[in-house]
Write a protein that binds this ligand. Structure first.
Ligand code: DSN
Length: 416
């Protein structure tokens, strides 16, 4: 029986987990930061390792009983270093935000200048946005996209770096559909004496699979979540040059965190093993192929795409050209079984709570084995949704069709 023990102890919770499982099974999940982990990753993440405290690092802990946890953490570190070709790795950050905070804490003091991509141009909250601690405790300056191309304005990056002399330059994004030129960032950082931190959370799986250029040779420090395109459990990781290992490790523990989440570390290690396979390489390339095809199909159906298309796993659609706004469209999509999130587009005149765009991604649908024909169906459904945002009957009809398609693409880790 599915979740036999939870069902007995807490039927209410079991029911909610079952409902969420069915939701993930029956919907087309297009949020670019989400995925389906394998059953093996689920097993490791749901193991007795959650019972253990392990403050410190392997061989230097503050609690006894680390015979196996040390080995687990060493294994995760070794696999991370091998997969990404990095000199050092820390697998303890609880997620991407703490990983970024650790990177700043390793090199900056309150009031120091940091520089990152503006949130409303595709950056993350922790890249120095005002409402985040990173914009509050540091003097954050923000570069933007070019107003015409909607690509990162590298001239602006250089000019702002020269003007503000940031301690840390953050490269990376949460809503940027194009390749990032890490070599340019490295050149700018060297010129102004800044530490280059790349947040590769969204593209980590693509980098692992060779479907996006790696930031590792260029950056001093690379932060990532482990649960997006990399397809691991929810967690974080920092890769760094050896020279920075001491500062980063100290910033993570004892600087910011207590005991690492050992069950997550084990899940990360399993995901890293999976990501080193040829099958995963093919998966990473397929994510990009699917995203490009989805973008082309949307284009054909009159959707306006930020930067005109995509090079990675993500498509940013400006739905205002269809006479609608992001929030009602994302809600109607969800009603129709297509899960996305509303998102600002560059230079958006609309507020973040109902912006002009929706953000789509292909990591999760690709994990289910969907390909070009399914991308075409998704684009067609989206076009129908755009014409029927308030038409419940039509949204219900689409939802039935989506569910029918999902039946033929079993989701990894989901067995009901
Ligand atoms: N919430 C993540 C995303 O969706 O991109 C970033 O933290």
């Amino acid at each position: 029986m599915f979740m036999e023990h939870l069902s007995k102890t807490d039927p209410q919770m079991a029911q909610l987990v079952i409902q969420e499982t069915e939701r993930q099974r029956d919907k087309v999940r297009l949020i670019p930061s989400e995925n389906y982990v394998s059953a093996a990753v689920l097993e490791a993440s749901g193991s007795v390792l959650t019972n253990k405290y392990s403050e410190g690092y392997a061989g230097k802990r503050y609690y006894e009983g680390q015979q196996y946890v040390d080995e687990i953490e060493r294994l995760a570190i070794q696999r991370a270093k091998e997969l990404f070709g990095s000199e050092s790795a820390n697998v303890q950050p609880y997620s991407g935000s703490p990983a970024n905070l650790a990177a700043y804490y390793a090199f900056c003091r309150p009031g120091d200048t940091i520089m990152g991509l503006a949130l409303d141009h595709g950056g993350h909250l922790t890249h120095g946005w005002g409402v985040s601690i990173t914009g509050d405790f540091f003097n954050a300056v923000r570069y933007q996209l070019h107003p015409e191309t909607h690509l990162i304005d590298y001239d602006m990056v250089r000019q702002m770096a020269r003007q503000h002399r940031p301690k840390v330059i953050m490269a990376g994004a949460t809503a940027y559909p194009r390749l990032i030129d890490f070599a340019v960032f490295a050149e700018v950082a060297r010129e102004v004496g800044a530490v280059l931190v790349v947040d590769m959370a969204h593209i980590a799986g693509l980098v692992a699979g060779g479907a996006h250029p790696s930031p590792v040779p260029h950056a001093d420090v690379v932060t990532t979540t482990t649960h997006k395109s990399l397809r691991g459990p929810r967690g974080g990781m920092i890769l760094m040059k050896k020279v920075h290992a001491k500062a980063i490790n100290k910033a993570v523990f004892p600087g910011l965190q207590g005991g690492p989440h050992n069950h997550t570390t084990a899940g990360i290690a399993v995901a890293l093993k999976e990501a080193a396979t040829d099958e995963f390489k093919a998966y990473a390339h397929k994510i990009v192929e699917n995203a490009k095809h989805l973008a082309a199909c949307l284009n054909e159906r009159g959707f306006a795409l930020v930067s005109g298309g995509t090079d990675n796993h993500l498509v940013l659609v400006d739905v205002s050209k269809k006479g609608i706004t992001g929030k009602p469209f994302a809600k109607a999509m969800d009603r129709a079984g297509l899960e996305a999130n509303y998102n600002t587009v560059p230079f958006d005149p609309r507020p973040p709570m109902d912006p002009s765009g929706v953000r789509l991604g292909t990591p999760a649908v690709t994990s289910r084995g969907m390909g070009k024909p399914e991308m075409e169906k998704i684009a067609t459904w989206m076009d129908r949704v755009a014409k029927s945002v308030d038409n419940e009957a039509e949204l219900d009809k689409i939802s039935g069709e989506v569910k029918e398609m999902c039946r033929t693409f079993p989701a990894p880790g989901i067995s009901i």
